[in-house]
Every structure is written in structure tokens, then in C-alpha cells.
Design a protein around this ligand. Structure first.
Ligand SMILES: Cc1cc2nc3c(=O)[nH]c(=O)nc-3n(C[C@H](O)[C@H](O)[C@H](O)COP(=O)(O)OP(=O)(O)OC[C@H]3O[C@@H](n4cnc5c(N)ncnc54)[C@H](O)[C@@H]3O)c2cc1C
Length: 413
């Protein structure tokens, strides 16, 4: 029995709906920062599963890696994390024989610190769950169905008929957030007519830690290095085409893959499942409500063109955890309006800017226009020739710009 359930399993200071990266990282940060008296319970139907089924891998920016170090999870996944040592960007048509490099980044944000690591999602979620058990986070398999703020507390009803009471409910329940919907918070944005095909590919030659992003007319085709001679691909296509490609027999899928991947790394073999993810750009009208905060994909979704969705979610986590910890240490209510407003002020502008930036990139690159192609290639060429600008982009991608919360600097709360 964990420490939260030892006292009263139906009460906690904070209840978090959703045990994805955002929900679990927040639970760990709060337990670690505020200790045993500060009870935290995470509720998710996926906690009943023995293993995560997510086939994706994520680029973990340096700032997010520092957060995982601060919450003591990084050591458990370090052996499965592949540093991105350099990155090349090309801009071509599908049948171009040669894809000239327009932009190349060396991968270090500080000496000896890569700007990002690639890691398979399942390894990270497993490590977060293991740490949550060790730190006495209450883990409950179930789904948040509804809730009601009631003076000093919020009453949370679960789909299995159970209930919980807390001072704050955090909606970390992903893109189709029930919490956001039940709170009546509108979400603005649009679906792209694009989907991202994700698969893991084994190859003959070493990738040497190189990430490649090929801007093809249907959208970016990213080759992201994993440990061993493996890569994760994120292959954007028109939504209908993506559905067709994912359903192709193995031999035909392989032929389509090879056309885009090329033979630089030798023979290719697809390992594990392939899946298409619909893409969109959405931001919740507000990230907070009465005794409610939204974090991660529940609050915002962006195009994976820059590999920043999860990193944005972890910025939410770091900001909310810091706002709660500062208040709790002063004996203030962790679900109080001041705490929630501080969190919202910290995160909303940054989130909007990232949404606008990724949307602009996607529109600029995912098209067949030769005029736009010329314009963007001139732009990429200019960045390539300006070391200061390149360095700024690397720091941005690493998550070190703006008002950075403590956890993202690697400091404990
Ligand atoms: C193809 C693709 C590639 C990507 N690559 C990157 C990348 O390289 N780098 C990066 O930073 N980001 C990337 N992202 C974005 C990233 O994957 C997401 O931003 C991230 O997974 C969101 O985490 P989360 O914890 O907010 O939500 P999720 O991971 O969606 O977790 C939500 C959890 O809530 C649970 N849940 C749902 N409903 C309920 C309920 N009613 N009650 C309780 N629990 C509930 C679900 O079971 C789930 O476990 C990518 C996205 C896509 C589509």
C-alpha cells in the first residue's frame, strides 16, 4: 500500500487525471518537492495495462532532460537515450535524386550537453511509473468522469463509480481531455489534413547520432536516431494517403519508405508496429478553472514538425509544480485562484508563440510551390551562414529561452 492510500485513499491534496508524461512528471515533482504530507493521486485507465503500447519515440530537449534529472528519473532511462549529435535539414521534391543540405546544426547546447536525446516513449513512461510507486504517489486505474468544485475542495467522480476529493484537480488527460470538456473550456484551433506515420526502422550502418529532417511537399519526413542501429521515423503525409500507406502490405510499405529514407544507412527493416497519428493545432481558451489546471496536450496540441509537444507539456508541469510548491510552503491553498493565475500567466503566451511558430513552419514547408521553396531555401541558407542565429535556434530547441522554471534548469523545487 502506498503512503497516500495509507491514510485515506479517497482524499489527496492534488488529484491528477492522466498518467502520461505530463501527469506523472507533475506527481513526482510535487511529492519530491513537498514530501510525504503532500498527497498526490494519479488516475488513468492505462494504469491497468501491463505495458505502454505507444510506438512513438520523443526528442527530449536539454531543458526537459534536466527536469527528468531533477525528479530522479533520468538515470533509469539514460541507457535507452540516444543523444542527437547533429542535425541536417533538406528541402526537396520526393523524386529529387540529390537532397542538398540547407542547414546543419552541431548538437550541443553547452559543452558536453546535447540539445536533445531521442527516447522511446514506453521506456520513459515505465520509468516514471516505477518512480511514482517508489515516492508513494497514489496510482489508481480508472477514468475521471466528472467533477465539481465545492468551496475548499473539488469532488472528482470516476467512471467506475468511485470518487475522490482534493484541493486541486489537474487535467493531464491528453488531446481529447474529458476534464477540459467537463469544465466547459473551449479549445480553439484546427485539424491539419495531415497525419504522421510513426515506425521504428533498423538499418545496416551506424547513424552516428545524426537526425535528419527532409522537407518534402507532403510534409516533413524526420529520421531520428535511437540507440543501436535504429531510427524512429515521423513521416507526415496527407491524412488519406497516410491511412493508405500504413495499411500497405509490408513489401509495398518498405518501397514507399525507402523512396523517402534513401540508402545512406544501408538496408532497412521496419521493426514493431506502424501507426498514423492525426495532427492538429489546438489551444484551450483558458488553462485554469475553479480548482482546476490543465497541463500538456489537454491544454495545447501542436504539429510535431519541431518535436516540441511533450517539451511544452513539461514546461507546464515545471511552472505549475513551482507555483504550487511556493504556495504550499507558505501554508497557502495549492488550488487557490492566485496559484492558478500565476501558472496561467507563466504558460499561455509561450504556448501561443510555439503554436504559431510550428503552424507557420508547416505551412511554409508542406506544399508544392516553387516560389515558396525558393524563399524558404534562401532563408535556410541565411541561417546556415549566421552562427549567432543558429545558436539562438539551438537554445530555443533546447528549451532554454524565456522565463525558465526551476525544474527545467535542473534545480529541485
Ligand atoms: C507523431 C508524433 C510525434 C511526436 N514527437 C514528439 C517529440 O519528438 N518531442 C516532443 O516533445 N513531443 C512530441 N510529440 C508530442 C507528444 O507526444 C505529446 O505532446 C505528449 O505525449 C503529451 O503528453 P501528455 O501527458 O500531455 O498526454 P498523453 O501522453 O496523451 O497522456 C494522456 C493520458 O491521459 C489518459 N486519460 C485519457 N482520458 C482520461 C480520463 N478521462 N481520466 C484519466 N485519464 C485519462 C490517457 O490514458 C493517457 O495515458 C509527438 C506527437 C506526435 C503525434
Amino acid at each position: 500500500m502506498n503512503k497516500a492510500s495509507a491514510s485515506d485513499a479517497s482524499r489527496a491534496e492534488v488529484v491528477i487525471g492522466g498518467a502520461g508524461f505530463a501527469g506523472l512528471a507533475l506527481a513526482l515533482a510535487l511529492r519530491q518537492g513537498l514530501g510525504d504530507p503532500f498527497t498526490v493521486t494519479v488516475i488513468d485507465p492505462a494504469l491497468a495495462l501491463a505495458q505502454s503500447k505507444d510506438p512513438r519515440a520523443s526528442a527530449i530537449a536539454a531543458a526537459a532532460r534536466r527536469l527528468f534529472e531533477a525528479i530522479d528519473v533520468w538515470d533509469a532511462v539514460a541507457a535507452n537515450a540516444q543523444p542527437i549529435l547533429d542535425m541536417v535539414v533538406t528541402d526537396s521534391k520526393l523524386d529529387d535524386v540529390v537532397r542538398p543540405t540547407f542547414l546543419a546544426f552541431g548538437g550541443e547546447v553547452e559543452e558536453g550537453e546535447p540539445f536533445a536525446h531521442m527516447i522511446e516513449n514506453r521506456h520513459l513512461v515505465d520509468a516514471l511509473v516505477a518512480k511514482a510507486k517508489e515516492l508513494g504517489v497514489g496510482l489508481r486505474a480508472g477514468a475521471v468522469e466528472s467533477f465539481e468544485a465545492n468551496g475548499n475542495s473539488v469532488e472528482v467522480a470516476l467512471a467506475d463509480g468511485g470518487s475522490m476529493s482534493a484541493r486541486l484537480l489537474v487535467g493531464a488527460d491528453g488531446a481529447n481531455s474529458v476534464t477540459r470538456e467537463r469544465a466547459g473550456i473551449a479549445s480553439y484551433g484546427w485539424k491539419y489534413d495531415q497525419a504522421a506515420i510513426v515506425a521504428t526502422v533498423a538499418h545496416e550502418r551506424e547513424h552516428d547520432g545524426r537526425a535528419e529532417e527532409h522537407f518534402l511537399p507532403a510534409g516533413p519526413f524526420a529520421i531520428l536516431p535511437l540507440t543501436g542501429k535504429r531510427c524512429s521515423i515521423v513521416w507526415t503525409e496527407n491524412a488519406r494517403e497516410a491511412k493508405r500507406i500504413v495499411a500497405l502490405p509490408d513489401v509495398e510499405f518498405h518501397a514507399e519508405l525507402e523512396k523517402r529514407f534513401g540508402m545512406r544507412l544501408g538496408e532497412l527493416t521496419v521493426v514493431g508496429p506502424r501507426r498514423a497519428f492525426p495532427l492538429g493545432l489546438f489551444t484551450a481558451r483558458t488553462f485554469i478553472g475553479e480548482r482546476l489546471a490543465l497541463v500538456g496536450d489537454a491544454a495545447h496540441i501542436i504539429h510535431p514538425i519541431a518535436g516540441q509537444g511533450l517539451n511544452m507539456g513539461l514546461r507546464d508541469v515545471a511552472a505549475l509544480a513551482e507555483a504550487i510548491a511556493d504556495a504550499a510552503r507558505l501554508g497557502l491553498d495549492p488550488g487557490g485562484a492566485d496559484v492558478l493565475e500565476r501558472y496561467q500567466r507563466w504558460r499561455r503566451f509561450d504556448t501561443m508563440m510555439m503554436g504559431v511558430a510550428t503552424d507557420g513552419l508547416n505551412r511554409l514547408f508542406s506544399n508544392h510551390s516553387d516560389v515558396l521553396r525558393l524563399a524558404r531555401d534562401v532563408g535556410l541558407g541565411l541561417v546556415e551562414r549566421m552562427p549567432m542565429l543558429k545558436r539562438m535556434f539551438i537554445r530555443e530547441a533546447a528549451g532554454f529561452t524565456g522565463d525558465v522554471p526551476k525544474l527545467l534548469k535542473g534545480e529541485v523545487l
